[in-house]
Write a protein that binds this ligand. Structure first.
Ligand SMILES: [Zn+2]
Length: 266
């Protein structure tokens, strides 16, 4: 994609974010990685619903402007993701109300309630609160970026990323839709979790389909941690102990064996 196509696409996605109430006022920011050392990003202090292609800023990988337009002050979040994930070409940050309600309530979106979400997005962890546009925020995100394609940031909002901007936007939308359904189900008496053997099958399907690599299996740890299975990353889910002394890790084969034993018992 060349720069002029990327500019058009960011303006289009900005309008969608605004029209769908995922952002208000000058909230949120969107970027596309143009090359190894160039990022095209939304400008600071401007509504995502009213941007033009000429308003967008271009920076290097350290966030330094290379044109006269200033990028969003939250660009550091995008640059962290680009540096940690060479596969990622676009980032979408917004404050969608239902997803952000989870972030404000201190909850990850990690309940295995929707089969297609397990297939396409996996669990969405909650990064601890960090002041926007400071190192605190990027430090809090670091443990999760490698194995997740969308994150919640406590008392702030959500970020999703992908191989292109449509994929990043779709992931953000799936996050918001899932949060909305979870809240509605709670009002109806509570959501039923999928059983662990069904989750295992879904994880195998998504690995076969290439939605998720096997080495990112710990992306599912949020779904499986109630069974006492946690990943090898330094990731803490709400309700889990922060102490590494309680951490148990399994190889892929051990995990499958354990899950199939559990399925036989239940
Ligand atoms: Zn924000």
């Amino acid at each position: 994609m060349d720069e002029s196509q990327a500019r058009k696409l960011i303006v289009e996605i900005g309008k969608l974010l605004y029209d769908r109430s995922y952002v208000v006022s000058s909230d949120g920011n969107v970027s596309i990685r143009l090359s190894d050392d160039r990022v095209l990003a939304t400008p600071t202090m401007m509504s995502k619903g009213r941007m033009t292609e000429a308003d967008l800023a271009v920076t290097d990988m350290d966030g330094k402007a290379v044109t006269d337009k200033r990028a969003s002050s939250e660009l550091a979040m995008h640059l962290l993701i680009y540096k940690m994930r060479p596969d990622i070409k676009a980032v979408c940050h917004a404050h969608p109300p239902h997803g952000t309600a989870f972030a404000v309530a201190g909850l990850a979106i990690d309940k295995p309630i929707l089969s297609e979400v397990i297939l396409t997005l996996g669990c969405v962890p909650l990064a601890e609160y960090g002041t926007p546009s400071t190192d605190e925020l990027t430090e809090a995100m670091k443990p999760f970026v490698r194995h997740h394609n969308a994150l919640l940031m406590a008392n702030h909002g959500a970020v999703a990323y992908g191989e292109d901007l449509w994929q990043a936007f779709d992931r953000l939308e799936t996050l918001e839709h899932t949060a909305n359904i979870a809240i509605l189900a709670k009002a109806l008496g509570g959501a039923n979790d999928l059983p662990q053997d069904a989750i295992k099958k879904l994880i195998e399907i998504r690995e076969k389909a290439g939605y998720l690599k096997a080495d990112a299996r710990c992306q599912a740890c949020g779904y499986l941690h109630e069974a006492g299975i946690v990943c090898d990353l330094d990731v803490v889910y709400p309700g889990q102990s922060k102490s590494n002394g309680n951490k148990i890790s399994f190889t892929r084969e051990e995990l499958i064996e354990l899950l199939s034993q559990a399925a036989k018992l239940s």
